[in-house]
Design a binder for this molecule. Structure first.
Ligand SMILES: Nc1nc2c(c(=O)[nH]1)N[C@H]1C(S)=C(S)[C@@H](COP(=O)(O)OP(=O)(O)OC[C@H]3O[C@@H](n4cnc5c(=O)[nH]c(N)nc54)[C@H](O)[C@@H]3O)O[C@H]1N2
Ligand SMILES: Nc1nc2c(c(=O)[nH]1)N[C@H]1C(S)=C(S)[C@@H](COP(=O)(O)OP(=O)(O)OC[C@H]3O[C@@H](n4cnc5c(=O)[nH]c(N)nc54)[C@H](O)[C@@H]3O)O[C@H]1N2
Ligand SMILES: [Mo]
Length: 822
């Protein structure tokens, strides 16, 4: 039985499958570490570790980290490293276990409208752990494991042991089970529909390797993707291999087009052609291009016949034969706002060149987001370049350095959610841990016992009494904040482990302070896609204040519940790390590579490198399928690319028809909705979501201490707004303050406020209260993408903006709640 938390990790790793299979089993070359000699256990000095931002040495003096030095093998260290260090000591660091006063005095369910008001009482660790264990037992005994939601989602920290979400799942499994979640916020729509279209989730898989793109691609199209910004980070420790590759592409002078409401950093880096359609209209634009290809006979009929099914059933929709609407360039122009001529030209240019459609994920993080990736694959299929060197599509050129050639290396295992729960939990035995689509948590809280559709099934919402969150910030990442806060009141108890006083921590009933990466030992791979090294993440400093490792916290909770042995299997931190390394070593031997013994590796203060074969550098996505579509059939029902899906047809969803379709989103620029400005909520350049918002980095981008908002001068002029003003952005769902930066780098009608700004309500008890810092998810739409995927719609939302004329309210989210710092 598997657990969703692991699945999420696994799915992020799945892409390596193809690349692993093709790896030549050569002997270990010069890439293998020559075990350098550094004395172990030196308290001060340079300690090697790493994070979502890369591998680095922590410079430690008198037991404090005083600087970070990027690993010499990092070709493009992240500019965010000063913030990564500041997380350890910032005023927003959580120091002690705390309990919300009403909860402590009156028990579970007391004054749940007071969550977030900051009235905490400091307690001892013993007391806090007793309370957690007692409450878990109470809920489990009174309501069953189906009343515990521990599908805690979020970007935690890397490390194969201190993987707090899997540790949470492991602790919950040891104690009878829990409700988990499936999918993620990143690709919620695409990862559910693509298996019907191309037979795998595809969206996390290795695309055609960068060296092939640099050599063969003639036209690179970044479609809703900003790789220069988003490749800074990785799910594991990033190798940053996309940066030298992008530099080569630029040097070569390859033509680049960016289709984006914002003239992104990527667009500027390449000096690319910028096309700025109305947000959320990409499917219409793609249809307009597809129609031009069809009308001008530019589509690849041989490819469609040999490798695809259902094109014949899509054509009547494209031509309007079945609904009277011709989806030609003129029609698309009316929706997306680009001139029809430009759309027709795109079709001709795509068909006339070796074209790579490199799509980001914003275009599917929207209402009806499933259609975007389906239509993009359809467009690529019509162009007939899938499986050719440098042509086709790629869904990860912007993410974790996808396209960095995959090394021949072992897969490093990590902590798991453990064995099956004890007998008696029949609902769990039936099909594994129950899960909900990750971003439907508010519906779940609002409708206990109600039913919902998801991916062909009809399911029932559980009745949750207790939620447990580690390594995520739902009060940043989830949409429609005020609706969410209301739904949260249903919970008797909300338990959180955090290292930062995020809004989520502030909304907890019990908050337990955990360590940062610097305060513990771990092991991790470098390069989600390149798998180039194994990194010893060595403890640099002792835990700050009373912080403890998530692992130790759960061990002590399990101890209190009588399940310590099931949780630890008798291993401590180093025993686990050693066991993961040894398992990788056995695998490596199977590939005729010799890895050094653990102690040599651990004491080397250098990542252990693996060789990259020529074959890996020449990897072409879907080449095997193109070479032999029978032998290498896709995992779809037909074994081919499905432009029409009979499986989806049988689901009879009104919001996900059986072929890619333009459907109006609930609100959009130029479409439905009564507010005039579309909110683009991109991923931030100087944060990882909400991580590092509490650090020194904020000074570099905040405007009058608020989250920045990009606005076109035309929109500002119409509202009497000047550069640097604080404005109130609002709609029926909420209102936030942000600081304005006027620029022509965003199209009129759209404003950009990045996700992850810390939520800071002026009056936490008041629904709809003004967020003083600028959490964009006060304004976004909280519905699912469709019945098929039930993904989040973070990029859907319209608002109005006005100059804020009142006295600027002081912020409180960057100082700890009262009593938390003493
Ligand atoms: N409007 C809008 N909303 C969005 C998006 C969007 O594009 N637009 N994007 C969505 C996407 S793709 C994502 S992935 C989500 C991201 O949402 P999250 O992943 O929830 O965001 P993070 O800020 O990374 O939160 C991780 C938290 O884990 C904590 N943490 C780190 N290490 C540890 C640890 O070892 N132990 C514990 N206990 N805690 C730890 C950090 O301090 C931080 O608060 O946001 C989604 N929300
Ligand atoms: N620095 C940094 N890097 C990150 C992250 C981070 O928080 N910070 N988060 C990581 C994670 S978890 C994820 S999931 C990925 C996210 O990767 P993506 O989902 O690709 O990132 P977004 O920033 O949501 O959107 C990318 C681009 O799409 C544009 N865009 C928005 N709406 C539309 C639209 O309707 N049409 C078109 N054509 N373009 C649109 C935005 O302006 C932006 O430039 O990034 C990862 N990398
Ligand atoms: Mo994400």
């Amino acid at each position: 039985m598997s657990n969703e938390t692991e699945n999420a990790d696994l799915s992020r790793r799945k892409f390596i499958k193809g690349a692993m299979a093709m790896g030549a089993l050569g002997s270990m070359g010069a890439g293998l570490l020559s075990a350098g000699a550094r004395a172990a256990g030196v308290p001060d000095g340079k300690i090697m570790t790493g994070s979502h931002w890369g591998a680095f040495h922590a410079n430690v003096k008198n037991g404090r980290v005083v600087g970070l030095e990027p690993w010499s093998g990092d070709p493009h260290p992240s500019h965010q490293l000063p913030g990564v260090m500041d997380v350890v000591y910032s005023p927003t660091r959580i120091r002690y276990p705390m309990v919300r006063r009403s909860w402590l005095e009156h028990g579970p369910g007391a004054d749940t409208a007071g969550r977030g008001a900051g009235d905490f009482v400091r307690v001892s660790w013993d007391k806090a752990l007793d309370l957690v264990a007692q409450e878990l037992k109470r809920v489990r005994d009174q309501h069953g494991p189906r009343a515990i939601f521990a599908g805690s989602y979020g970007w935690k920290s890397p490390g194969k042991l201190h993987n707090c979400q899997t540790l949470l799942a492991r602790a919950m499994m040891a104690n009878g089970g829990f409700v988990s979640r499936s999918g993620d916020y990143s690709t919620g729509a695409a990862q559910v529909i693509l298996p019907y279209v191309v037979g795998s989730i595809d969206v996390y898989e290795q695309p055609t390797a960068w060296p092939v793109v640099v050599e063969h691609t003639e036209l690179m199209v970044f479609w809703g993707a900003d790789p220069v910004v988003t490749n800074q980070i990785g799910w594991q420790v990033p190798d940053h291999g996309a940066y030298p590759a992008m530099e080569s592409l630029r040097k070569k002078g390859t033509k680049v087009i960016c289709i984006d409401p914002v003239r992104t950093e990527t667009c500027q880096f390449f000096g690319a052609e910028w096309l700025a359609p109305r947000p959320q209209t990409d499917v219409a634009l793609m249809l307009g291009i597809a129609h031009t290809l069809y009308a001008e006979n530019l589509h690849d009929k041989a490819f469609l016949a040999r490798y695809c099914t259902g094109f014949d059933r899509f054509v009547p929709y494209l031509t309007g034969k079945n609904d009277g609407v011709v989806k030609d360039a003129q029609w698309a122009s009316g929706i997306c706002g680009l001139p029809a001529q430009t759309i027709q030209d795109l079709a001709r240019r795509f068909a006339g060149h070796r074209t790579m459609l490199a799509a980001g994920w914003s275009i599917q993080r929207q209402h009806h987001g499933e259609q975007a990736h389906w239509m993009l694959v359809t467009l690529a299929a019509m162009l007939g370049q899938i499986g050719t060197p440098g042509g086709g599509y790629g869904f990860t050129y912007h993410y974790a350095n996808g396209g960095s050639p995959t090394a021949t290396s072992p897969v490093l295992p990590g902590i798991t959610a453990g064995a099956k729960p004890p007998a008696g939990a029949a609902w769990l035995d039936a099909g594994g841990s129950e899960s909900i689509p990750v971003s439907r948590i508010v519906e779940m809280l609002e409708n206990p016992g109600g039913s919902y559709d998801f991916n062909g099934k009809r399911e029932t919402w559980p009745d949750i009494k207790l939620a447990y969150w580690v390594g995520g910030n739902p009060f940043a990442h989830h949409q429609d904040r005020n609706r969410m806060r209301k739904a949260w009141r249903k919970l008797d108890t909300f338990i959180v482990h955090e290292l930062q006083w995020t809004a989520t921590a502030r909304h907890a009933d019990i908050i337990l302070p955990c360590t940062s990466t610097f305060e513990r030992n771990d092991i991790e791979g470098i390069g989600d896609y390149s798998m180039s090294h194994i990194l010893a993440m060595r403890k640099a400093i002792d835990p700050v204040f009373e912080a403890r490792n998530d692992y130790d916290i759960f061990t002590d909770i399990c101890q209190r519940m009588g399940t310590r042995e099931a949780f630890t299997e008798g291993r401590d931190e180093m025993a686990w790390i050693r066991s993961f390394y040894e398992a990788a070593r056995v695998q490596a031997r199977g590939k005729r590579m010799e890895m050094p013994v653990f102690d040599v590796f651990w004491n080397s203060h250098k990542p252990l490198g693996f060789p990259v074969s020529e074959e890996a550098k020449g990897y072409i996505r879907h080449k095997a399928f193109r070479d032999d579509p029978l032998l290498n059939a896709l995992g779809t029902a037909s074994g081919r690319i499905e432009i029409y899906s009979s499986t989806i047809e049988r689901m009879h969803y009104d919001d996900c028809p059986p072929h890619p379709t333009w459907m109006e989103p609930v609100e959009r620029l130029g479409g439905a909705g009564r507010y005039p400005l579309h909110i683009v909520s991109s991923h931030p350049r100087a944060r990882l979501h909400s991580q590092l918002c509490g650090t020194v980095l904020r000074k570099n981008y905040a405007i009058q201490e608020r989250e920045p908002c990009l606005m076109n001068p035309q929109d500002a002029q119409a509202r009497g707004i000047s550069n640097g003003d604080v404005i109130r952005v609002f709609n029926d769902r909420g209102q936030i303050l942000v600081g304005v930066r006027l620029t022509d780098d965003i199209r009129p009608g759209a404003i950009r406020i990045c996700e992850g700004g810390w939520y800071d309500p002026a009056d936490p008890r008041q629904p709809g209260s003004l967020c003083r810092y600028g959490d964009v998810n006060n304004l976004t739409v909280g519905i699912g993408t469709s019945k098929l995927a039930q993904g989040n719609c973070g990029h859907t939302g319209m608002a109005q903006a006005e100059k804020y004329k009142g006295a600027l309210p002081p912020l409180s989210v960057f100082t700890p709640p009262q009593g938390a710092a003493t």
